[in-house]
Design a protein around this ligand. Structure first.
Ligand SMILES: Nc1nc2c(c(=O)[nH]1)N[C@H]1C(S)=C(S)[C@@H](COP(=O)(O)O)O[C@H]1N2
Ligand SMILES: [Mo]
Length: 369
């Protein structure tokens, strides 16, 4: 696959169940029911591209440049990264900031993601911190800028995406330059040979096909760091309200959230048998605390059992059995809470012009009979 620009038909071969969105770039997501594994396999992991898929060629020739506000600019092959720095594996949720966008009213611009633009994988690489420190971080550095060869489909002269991280996140021990995913070589579709892994940050910060990190003396000003791109209003805005781009700030930590993977919408449950609810919950910098589940649309609640986390940035399985005493419609809701007490909104999450960070509680309707 490496080196061949993949088309929609080829994507359907390697990720057969994904629903592809109708734009020119390759964007696809699974149904929640396909995400029942604690470690999301490649075959069902969502894929999000702002532009073309680059032609990568021989991964052995790949080089990562480190420059900008450093004492000594350097460049590394993957093999050199592996031999100079400690290799670590971090299990972490990758969620697109636009996941859940299609639930916003009124609708916003952007890929109309439902709930499947999220997965949890084991990412293997070296710490970005170690590689930056090998070049000597200047006191003037405050942000990283990430670069990759993919281009905008309408304008091949422009990078598809160039985003960055605040220096503290770039130097955090969990932030990786990853060349492995789920115990295998990082696939081209997920940014191989090299990508940023920024656990707790939205997917846009996880630059794929990374060939350069430049330390910046100010917030990175690359494509998709400005205007309304991957930014949220700094004040509450009414749904549909136009907001001046000066009133936006870059999205950092993702919000507490849960995904019901079973039952699926339209399920039936037998009277008296109960219905088993299962899924995963996660949050960003602030740890997940608990998940509660309702079988009456949020009137009454049952505390869910929580599984162990495979590290601070992995998602955690939750499960509960809800009673089904009477026949009729049933609506399941799950609501996660973080240790700071923040919860998923039961109704709409704060509307914003580009439809980011929708962590409203998922509802799954079925019938008892
Ligand atoms: N070079 C590059 N990196 C990128 C993107 C992109 O378009 N180009 N999209 C970003 C966004 S918005 C997301 S959500 C994740 C998706 O990662 P995945 O395709 O491996 O699931 O990649 C990020 N990294
Ligand atoms: Mo994204």
């Amino acid at each position: 696959m490496q080196g061949d620009p993949i088309d929609r038909a080829a994507l359907a071969q390697v990720k057969p169940g994904l629903t592809l969105h109708a734009d020119a770039a390759l964007n696809g997501e699974p149904e929640p029911a396909m995400l029942g594994e604690p470690i999301t396999p490649f075959s069902v992991f969502f894929i999000r591209n702002n532009g073309t898929l680059p032609e990568i060629g021989d991964a052995a020739q790949w080089r990562l440049a480190i420059d900008g506000e450093v004492e000594e600019p350097r460049s590394w092959s993957i093999a050199e990264l592996q031999s100079h720095f400690e290799t670590v594996t971090e299990t972490a949720v990758l969620e697109c900031a636009g996941n859940g966008r299609s639930l916003f009213q009124p609708a916003t611009d952007g890929v109309p993601w439902r709930l499947g633009a999220v997965g949890c994988a084991r990412w293997t690489g070296v710490r970005l911190r170690d590689v930056l420190q090998a070049s000597g971080v200047k006191p003037s550095a405050v942000y990283t800028g990430h670069y990759a060869p993919d281009r905008q489909i309408q304008d091949p002269g422009r990078p598809a995406l160039s985003r960055g991280l605040p220096l503290a996140k770039a130097l955090a021990p969990e932030t990786l330059l990853a060349f492995g995913m789920n115990g295998e070589t990082l696939p081209l579709l997920h940014g191989g040979p090299l990508r940023i892994v920024a656990p707790g940050y939205p997917g846009s910060a996880w630059q794929k096909w990374l060939d350069r990190v430049s330390l910046r003396p100010h917030e990175h000003d690359g494509e998709k760091m400005q205007g309304t791109n991957y930014r949220l209003p700094i004040r509450p805005v009414a749904p549909g309200e136009p907001v001046d781009p000066s009133e936006f700030a870059v999205i950092t930590d993702i919000r507490v959230k849960s995904l019901i993977t079973t039952p699926a919408p339209g399920f039936t449950a037998a009277i008296g048998a109960g219905v088993a609810v299962r899924g995963f919950a996660w949050s960003g910098a602030v740890a997940l605390a608990s998940v509660r589940v309702s079988g009456d649309g949020g009137e009454s609640w049952v505390e869910a059992d929580l599984g162990e986390a495979e590290g601070a940035f992995a998602w955690r399985a939750f499960g509960a059995t809800l009673p089904t005493p009477r026949p009729g419609p049933i609506e399941i809701v799950a609501q996660a809470r973080d240790v700071a007490g923040r919860v998923q909104p039961l109704e709409a999450a704060p509307w914003n012009p580009r439809g980011y960070c929708n962590n409203q509680a998922q509802r799954v309707a079925g019938e008892v009979r």
